[in-house]
Design a protein around this ligand. Structure first.
Ligand code: G3H
Ligand code: ZN
Length: 288
């Protein structure tokens, strides 16, 4: 099977993007996998530190690896927004395919130092085991939390400077960069700002490594299309999945207050997540 690195390269050459979707339970994993498999597309499963704590680090690896090996299917696992070297290291040791060291809020030199430490550790493990591990880092601040927000949080949305990004990439040796180009984490009730596709293009050209768009939930379709055309190779979606899950469970319980069988209560939630993911994957891959 091709590595995630190879799938990202292919996506970049084709002008499409790989979908990255977060999970904290088995229902979300099933919904996401059903959609990816239906469209025969590679897919990345992400777990933030909180999601990982709830589902279990080794459990997540076992689930994703089981699907990958059983179906010979390109499904990959990413440690999403991990804030320290130790939490990144734990995921690398557990068998994750990719990690994000999220130190963008730290002063520049500290961000470089911890990111470099993660890259060096990933390289060491790759050398010793023959595994391929991707390290991503963030520049600029796009807010935190895949939740419902009334408005854009203070301090979020500071756009990434292409020259600073180039310097950061050269100093750290990261494989993927998450720039701040207009999106914000979470579903913003008043609507998200537009993606600055010109900036995406400039950053992609300047840094020379694949770019990842975070904070995908609630963006307009044309913003995804323009961002991908401009050089985004992976798109992250989380809040839309959480909302679909919650609404489906609520709807079911309201209509069936005496039902207590989890499989019955949660089947609609799996389907709702599948629908969200399928629509996003079609858009990212120009599938009608
Ligand atoms: O890393 C996760 C994402 O960037 C999700 O952002 O909740 O706005 O979709 P979102
Ligand atoms: Zn993110």
């Amino acid at each position: 099977m091709k590595t995630l690195r190879q799938y990202i390269k292919e996506a970049n050459e084709k002008g499409v993007a790989i979908g990255h979707f977060n999970i904290s339970n088995l229902e979300a994993l099933h919904g996401i996998y059903n959609a990816a498999k239906k469209l025969n597309l590679p897919v990345i499963i992400g777990l933030s530190e909180g999601e990982e704590k709830f589902l279990g680090r080794e459990e997540a690896v076992a689930l994703v690896h089981t699907i990958r090996e059983r179906d010979d299917y390109p499904i990959f696992l990413n440690a999403d927004h991990h804030a320290s070297f130790n939490s990144v290291k734990a995921c690398i040791d557990a068998g994750f395919d990719a990690v994000i060291i999220d130190a963008a809020k730290l002063p520049y030199e500290e961000n470089v130092a911890v990111t470099k430490q993660c890259v060096e550790y990933a390289h060491k493990v790759m050398k010793n085991t023959g595994r391929d591990i991707l390290v991503e880092a963030e520049m600029g601040y796009i807010g935190s939390g895949s939740d419902m927000k009334d408005s854009i949080p203070e301090g979020a949305g500071i756009l990434t400077n292409p020259d600073e990004a180039k310097k950061f990439v050269e100093e750290t040796g990261i494989d993927l960069l998450a720039p701040s180009v207009g999106s914000i984490h979470g579903l913003i009730k008043s609507g998200k700002p537009h993606i600055n596709a010109e900036l995406v293009k400039e950053i992609r050209k300047t840094v020379g490594i694949p770019l990842v768009l975070h904070g995908g939930s609630g963006l307009r379709d044309e913003d995804f299309v323009n961002a991908i055309k401009a050089g985004i190779s992976i798109v992250h979606i989380n809040s839309e999945i959480r909302l679909a899950y919650k609404e489906a469970v609520e709807k079911f319980i309201e209509a069936n207050p005496s039902e207590i069988t989890p499989a019955k209560i949660l089947t609609g939630a799996v389907q709702a997540i599948e629908e969200v993911v399928e629509a996003r994957l079609r858009l990212f891959n120009e599938i009608k």
